[in-house]
Design a binder for this molecule. Sequence first.
Ligand code: SF4
Ligand code: SF4
Length: 180
Amino acid sequence: MGKILKFAPTIIKNLFSKPVTVNYPAEPYNYPERSRGHIEIDIDNCIGCGMCTRACPPGALKVNKNAGTWTIDRFDCIACGFCVEKCPKKCLFMVPGYQEPMPGKSEVEYKKSEEQMAKEAEQKRLQAERAAAAKKAAAAKAAAAKAAAEKAAAEKAASEADSKGQPSAAKPEAEKAEEK
Ligand code: SF4
Ligand code: SF4
């Protein structure tokens, strides 16, 4: 009798509370926020660095930067979340909810949109243009510095020859440099 009285509050509470189980799949199951369901990617933000592939213990990931693709073998993935931690662009997510059943062991490929590929190609072209312009400017600067140094050397040689009262062999060089 004493034991029944001890458990009576729990029994009464359970009689008037909802069951902890869910009538799945008739009712949707709300996964806890931090549950390790499956990996998803915001592919347009991926830079193809490959950090996720290097972090993946079972080697479930492949990245092709030029083709703009990211591929996962969901049957190899152990949902460890290392790829999510390592991604520098934070474009990988561990999503609550398990992967839908699939008819066979196959990889799932994600590909960047055409717009994103065109945008990245344009960015590459602009970068190449800027690099070429910077290289050209540096070459022009170096050539100007060399010409200035040659002119200064020629002027110095001419003034030394003048101070000695001798005709200078370097004088024509100085004049040439001035003409430039
Ligand atoms: S969660 Fe783990 S096993 Fe799955 S793809 Fe990412 S790193 Fe690989
Ligand atoms: S780590 Fe992130 S940005 Fe780098 S390849 Fe993987 S998904 Fe793309």
